[in-house]
Design a protein around this ligand. Structure first.
Ligand code: CDP
Length: 215
């Protein structure tokens, strides 16, 4: 029997995957989980309670996480993104967060999850997989604008350095490194507006949905 229609949207920081996932949610009437928020929440909690380098402290923060904690606007800050990528290297943190993500993905009508390892580890059977990229410079500019709008004073150069550091850490870790699943469709949004990127993503998913319905 075929499983639910799951859409995996992976890619590096500020590639546009969050907005694309949201737009796909509206277009296909599916719930969306931004899995980055889970790691951001674990990062913020672990920093409060102890050492980010201690895998067990971070794993117990992951074990106590509830859905309500994900609405906190403090999770959207530049610092929370950095803390997230530090705790995300611990295999025990990742395994604690697995069930939450798989439960979300198993909803009867389907679901959309955006992250780094959805197509490779969390939902390798997803019928639709996108890997959204853009050059580091374009991503830095987008993230810088977002942070400005949130009132964070930071230079474009600092944001570019953050992005490069996070790409290296997320792509270089041993457990679930950030990379496209072999069957993911690559979407480079460097030269696209968000409207164009969302349209391109919708077309890719429509084709995947037709294949899934026929299967
Ligand atoms: O929004 P942005 O792309 O900056 O980051 P995010 O998606 O909120 O993710 C923050 C960090 O969490 C990433 O840099 C990863 O280290 C980690 N993460 C992960 O390891 N696996 C996921 N599925 C999602 C996020």
């Amino acid at each position: 029997m075929k499983g639910p229609f799951v859409i995996a949207v992976d890619g590096p920081a500020a590639s546009g995957k969050g907005t694309i996932a949201k737009r796909l949610g509206e277009a296909f009437g599916l719930p969306v989980l931004d899995t980055g928020l889970l790691y951001r929440a674990v990062g913020v909690l672990s920093q409060r309670t102890g050492d980010l380098k201690d895998p067990e402290i971070c794993a117990s923060a992951a074990a106590t996480l509830t859905a309500e904690q994900l609405d906190d606007p403090r999770l959207r800050t530049r610092e929370a993104g950095e803390l997230a990528s530090q705790v995300a290297v611990h295999p025990h943190v990742r395994s604690e967060l697995l069930e939450f993500q798989r439960t979300f993905a198993s909803q009867e009508d389907g679901a959309i999850l955006d992250g780094r390892d959805i197509g490779t580890v969390i939902c390798p059977e997803a019928p639709a997989k996108l890997y959204v990229t853009a050059t580091p410079e374009v991503r830095a500019e987008r993230r810088w604008r977002q942070l400005q709008a949130q009132g964070e004073a930071v230079s474009l150069d600092e944001v570019l350095a953050d992005i490069r550091r996070r790409d290296a850490r997320d792509g270089g870790r041993d457990d679930a490194p950030m990379r496209p699943a072999p069957d993911a469709v690559l979407l480079d949004t460097s030269e696209m507006t968000i409207e164009q990127a969302a349209d391109a993503a919708r077309r890719i998913v429509e084709a995947a949905r037709a294949r899934w319905e026929a299967s």
